[in-house]
Ligand binder design. Structure first.
Ligand code: UDP
Length: 330
C-alpha cells in the first residue's frame, strides 16, 4: 500500500475488480478510482461493455479463471463482481452457473491463496435466502435458495468462509437486494434485460409497447410483488466500507437494501411520474420462483460498517436510471 489517504481511512490500495465492465462493477470501480485507489479491471466482456470500464482503470480482457496470472503482480484486495446472474437461465442452463460462478470463483480463491492476496469483497445476493419466513430478512435467516443462481452464490459464500478461516483472508460478502439507479455514464445495460425498472424505462423510450406485471394476485396490499430497491451508489459505498472493515481470518456477511419495500405497481407509477410517459401495463401470470415480498434488514451493515443510505427515495433512484437510459437507449 502506498501513502495516499482515501475515504474511510483506507490507504491507497491496489485492487482487482472482476466484472468491472458490468453494471455494479463499473460503478464500484469508478468510485474506487475517485477514492484514490489503483484499480485493475478483469472482465471477459461476455456480458460487460468495454466502454463501461471507468477511466483511470487498467483493463485486462480475460476470464476470472485466469486471475492467478494477474494476482501474481501483487494486490491488496479483490472485489469479485463477475458472475452470471439470470435466474431463468440458471434453471435452464445450470452448468453455466456451476462452472461460470462456482468453479471460476474457486479458481479466484485459489489464486488469492497462492499469491497471498489479503482481502476479498464478494457480490452475494438476496437469492441465497430463497422464500423468506419473515421480513425484513436478517443475515441469520435460513438460506434455502430456490434456483441455481442463488445456490451457486451460496456455495461460493461457503467456500469463502472456509478460505478466510484457513488462510487468513479478510472477506466480506454483500448480499444485494434489488439494485437500481445509475451513476452518470455507468448504469444498467444488459443485452438480455429481465429487471423491472430498465424494462419499464424501455417502454417509456418507445422500445417496448407495454410492461407485463407478473401477477396481481399476490398476498400484498395491491396484489403485486414487493421488492427492496437500493441505489447502486449506496451499494458502491458499502463496498468501500467493507474493504475498510474486513478482518483477516473472518468472513462477514451483510444484507444491503433500502429497508423499504415497493410493489411493482408503485414502481410503475413512480416511473410514470419521472418519465411523464403513460407506460401501458398488463397483468400476466406469476413468474415462477418469485417470492411475494423481499425486504432486507441492513441493520448489521449500518452498525458494523457505519453504512447509511443517502438515496432511499424511489423517484430519485428511478430518475438516475432514466437519465442513464436516455443516454444509452440501446
Ligand atoms: N417484474 C414484472 N415484470 C417484469 C419484470 C419484473 O412484474 O417484466 C416483477 C418481478 O416479478 C418481481 C419484481 O418485478 O416481482 C422485480 O423483478 P426483477 O427481475 O427486477 O428483480 P428480482 O426481484 O427478480 O431480483
Amino acid at each position: 500500500m502506498t501513502g495516499l489517504s482515501s475515504s474511510y481511512g483506507l490507504d491507497r490500495m491496489r485492487l482487482l475488480v472482476t466484472g468491472g465492465a458490468g453494471y455494479i462493477g463499473s460503478v464500484c470501480a469508478a468510485r474506487l478510482v475517485e477514492a484514490g485507489h489503483e484499480v485493475v479491471v478483469l472482465d471477459d466482456l461476455s456480458t460487460g461493455h468495454r466502454d463501461a470500464v471507468p477511466d483511470g482503470c487498467r483493463f485486462i480482457q480475460r476470464s476470472v479463471e485466469d486471475a492467478a496470472t494477474v494476482l501474481a503482480e501483487g494486490f491488496d484486495g479483490v472485489l469479485h463482481f463477475a458472475a452470471r446472474s439470470l435466474v431463468g437461465e440458471s434453471v435452464t442452463h445450470p452448468q453455466r452457473y456451476w462452472l461460470g460462478n462456482v468453479v471460476a470463483s474457486l479458481r479466484l480463491l485459489e489464486a488469492m491463496r497462492e499469491h497471498g492476496t489479503p482481502r476479498l469483497v464478494f457480490s452475494s445476493t438476496a437469492a441465497t435466502y430463497g422464500e423468506p419466513e419473515s421480513v425484513p430478512i436478517i443475515e441469520e435467516a435460513a438460506t434455502r435458495p430456490t434456483n441455481p443462481y442463488g445456490a451457486t452464490k451460496l456455495a461460493i459464500d461457503h467456500a469463502i468462509s472456509s478460505y478466510a478461516l484457513a488462510h487468513g483472508i479478510a472477506a466480506v460478502s454483500l448480499r444485494y437486494f434489488n439494485v437500481a439507479g445509475a451513476y452518470g455514464q455507468y448504469g444498467e445495460r444488459h443485452l438480455v434485460e429481465t429487471h423491472l425498472i430498465p424494462l419499464i424505462l424501455q417502454v417509456a423510450l418507445g422500445h417496448r409497447d407495454e410492461i407485463m406485471v407478473f401477477g396481481d394476485d399476490w398476498p400484498t396490499a395491491d396484489g403485486t410483488c414487493i421488492r427492496d430497491y437500493i441505489h447502486v451508489l449506496d451499494l458502491a459505498d458499502a463496498h468501500e466500507r467493507a474493504l475498510a472493515h474486513a478482518v483477516p481470518g473472518q468472513h462477514r456477511i451483510y444484507n444491503l437494501g433500502n429497508g423499504t419495500g415497493f410493489s411493482v405497481l408503485q414502481v410503475l407509477d413512480t416511473c410514470r411520474q419521472v418519465t411523464g410517459h403513460p407506460i401501458p401495463a398488463r397483468a400476466t401470470a406469476r413468474r415462477p420462483g418469485d417470492p411475494a415480498v423481499l425486504i432486507a434488514s441492513s441493520d448489521r451493515a449500518r452498525s458494523e460498517l457505519g453504512w447509511k443510505q443517502e438515496r432511499c427515495d424511489l423517484a430519485m433512484i428511478i430518475a438516475d436510471a432514466w437519465q442513464f437510459a436516455r443516454r444509452y437507449p440501446r
